[in-house]
Design a protein. Structure first.
Ligand SMILES: Cc1cc2nc3c(=O)[nH]c(=O)nc-3n(C[C@H](O)[C@H](O)[C@H](O)COP(=O)(O)O)c2cc1C
Length: 189
């Protein structure tokens, strides 16, 4: 059966991250629908415009994976009502080197400890993905917001609430269609 190849970006450089747990859950739970390469940003140095002559290999590798993928899922934490600096820095690299996210279908998701489940960080991320140099094709709506993340996973990293899993499946189904529509648009362009 044909399966999409997606890249999942863990939006934090922390050794433990609920957003990493979320992407690992998605990789396993939706394995019949897509392959998900869960990628880390912890080894990407802080962006510095003067470094453009020597782009880090970690950026080159992530950029290539994004270019090869059918779509991208970014799982962002929320730090001080915005995305973490590590994620912003990684996107800055991608926005100046090869523009790999340009016209790439992107699903935005996020998990946080707070009750609003990364709502502000996701708005912030959508704004960033719209910027010139990034130009991601971000799926409208279907915002997967996971609040109170600590109580939502069991020890095996499985989502324990069936309603939450059902909503995640709905968001993923729409993203599958969004990616397919994008492929048709690119093919006929
Ligand atoms: C500097 C800092 C700022 C934070 N700000 C927020 C916030 O604005 N909203 C929120 O819901 N949680 C906030 N948190 C808690 C995060 O939701 C929590 O650390 C979460 O586990 C981060 O996601 P991760 O586990 O994927 O790294 C903050 C945590 C830190 C360390």
């Amino acid at each position: 059966m044909f399966k999409l190849n997606l890249v999942g970006i863990v939006g934090n450089n922390a050794p433990f991250s609920y957003n990493r747990v979320l992407l690992q859950f998605m990789k396993q739970h939706f394995s019949d629908q897509f392959n998900l390469d869960v990628c880390e940003i912890d080894d990407i140095p802080l962006f510095n415009e003067r470094d453009l002559a020597s782009v880090p290999q970690t950026v080159v590798t992530l950029s290539q994976k994004i270019k090869d993928a059918d779509g991208i899922i970014i799982a962002t934490p929320e730090y001080d009502h915005a995305i973490p600096a590590a994620l912003k820095s990684a996107i800055e690299w991608l926005s100046v080197y090869e523009h790999a996210l340009t016209t790439k279908p992107v699903m935005v998701a996020g998990a946080s400890l707070g009750v609003q489940g990364t709502a502000r960080a996701q708005d912030n991320l959508r704004q960033i993905l719209n910027s010139p140099g990034v130009n991601g094709f971000v799926m409208p709506g279907f915002e997967f917001l996971l609040n109170s993340a600590k109580s939502k996973f069991d020890d095996q990293g499985q989502l324990t609430d069936s309603g939450t899993t059902k909503f995640l499946s709905e968001c993923v189904d729409h993203f599958m269609n969004f990616v397919a529509d994008n492929k048709k648009t690119v093919a006929t362009a």
